[in-house]
Design a protein around this ligand. Structure first.
Ligand SMILES: Cc1ncc(C[n+]2csc(CCOP(=O)(O)OP(=O)(O)O)c2C)c(N)n1
Ligand SMILES: [Mg+2]
Length: 358
């Protein structure tokens, strides 16, 4: 039965504020799991902050900042099995790190270097999708394939697609969501509602009261969760995974946050965003919120926090060094694999390009 799962104050949460709002807990998560989640959050935060610096130093190209999105990414990935498939958008570019992908691979992608291409089957992480929402049908289709195979092989995994609030206005989102629901595919539609599609606020994006309401029209359950609460995201995704594996079809997760960083390094949000609201959000950002939660539980102290952060920083230092050590790619790649029967002009175009590049 389609419907929005009721939630406290409209958004599910687990982490309290250390004052009036009490902490909850997630059944089945032990100390090791909680600390593994922390390492993932720190790794993503470090990747993101270093990437902005690398961009300013001219070492990577334009970069889509995901500062404040880490809880949505880490919380959901931790609820998956290694066999489950991840379909990231540009906002989740580094999500493969949580599957063991080395940072240099993602950094190379942002350097426009072919070393940034990976075989999706190596990590069950699809290519980073830049066109808005076009990966939603891909995830639905792959999950449909897995469902069909289950009849043959008895294994069932699921596929999760990450996209933003703006993506829910796209035709590809509609097609993917409808296919997933009609064919009851094991798919999770994970919407990071950060309130903005570049400079378009969500209120100008849709007349729906919530993005989760859209799921009702497709006949799939939806849940709204605090996207800054890594444990709430984990729990909601775990339920969606269980539903998918049980053969009960897709779930729409609307994780609500507020974009507290520019859309990308090429964006100047000061011309359209409320700076006071951004400050407020930054003060309650997801990594710090979880850190305080772990400290209240007695699981984290300064020593462990510092060690976790310096391990992540070391990984990034090695990552950028490895990415920069890649020999330049041959420009011929621009023309290869584009057409089965390349026109004769390609040859002279390539010769011209080689002449210009020296
Ligand atoms: C099909 C398509 N149309 C337009 C764009 C240009 N574009 C890049 S990001 C973006 C906004 C997307 O906003 P949202 O879905 O909320 O994701 P967010 O960037 O906030 O994570 C747009 C319109 C694009 N990449 N693809
Ligand atoms: Mg958005």
């Amino acid at each position: 039965m389609a419907g929005v799962i009721p939630a406290e104050r409209g958004l599910r949460r687990v982490i309290g504020d250390g004052e009036g709002v009490p902490d909850g807990e997630v059944e089945g998560l032990g100390a090791d799991d909680l600390l593994a989640l922390y390492r993932s959050l720190v790794l993503l935060r470090t990747y993101d902050e270093r990437s902005v610096v690398y961009h300013r130093q001219g070492r990577i190209g334009t970069y889509a900042i995901f500062w404040g999105h880490e809880a949505m990414q880490a919380g959901s990935v931790h609820a998956l099995d290694e066999d489950d498939w991840i379909f990231p958008s540009y906002r989740e570019s580094a999500i493969g790190l949580l599957r063991g992908m080395p940072p240099e691979t993602v950094l190379s992608w942002w350097r426009g270097h072919p070393a940034g291409w990976w075989n999706p089957a190596d990590y069950n992480v699809a290519s980073i999708c830049v066109p808005i929402a076009t990966h939603v049908p891909h995830a639905a289709g792959l999950a449909w394939g897995m469902k069909l195979r289950k009849k043959l092989e008895g294994a069932l995994s699921c596929a999760i697609a990450y996209f933003g609030d703006g993506a829910t206005s796209e035709g590809a989102f509609h097609e993917g969501a409808n296919f997933a629901a009609v064919l009851q595919t094991p798919t999770i539609l994970f919407c990071n509602n950060n309130g903005w599609a570049i400079s378009t606020p969500v209120a100008e994006q849709t007349r729906a009261q919530t993005l989760a309401d859209k799921a009702v029209g497709y006949g799939m359950p939806a849940v709204r969760v605090d996207g800054g609460d890594v444990l709430a995201v984990y729990e909601a995704t775990r339920e969606a995974v269980a539903r998918a594996r049980a053969g009960d079809g897709p779930t729409f997760i609307e994780a609500v946050t507020y974009r507290a960083a520019p859309h990308a390094t090429a964006d100047d949000p000061s011309v359209y965003i409320d700076a006071a609201r951004v400050e407020e959000e930054r003060a309650n950002e997801c990594v710090g919120r979880y850190e305080r939660y772990l400290r209240r539980l007695g699981l984290l102290d300064d020593e462990l926090a510092d060690r976790t952060k310096s391990e992540a920083a070391d990984l990034m230092r090695a990552g950028i060094a490895a990415a920069e050590a890649e020999p330049p790619a041959d420009v011929g790649l621009v023309f290869e694999h584009a057409l089965v029967d390349p026109p004769a002009s390609f040859e002279s175009d390539l010769a011209e390009l080689r002449r210009i590049l020296g």
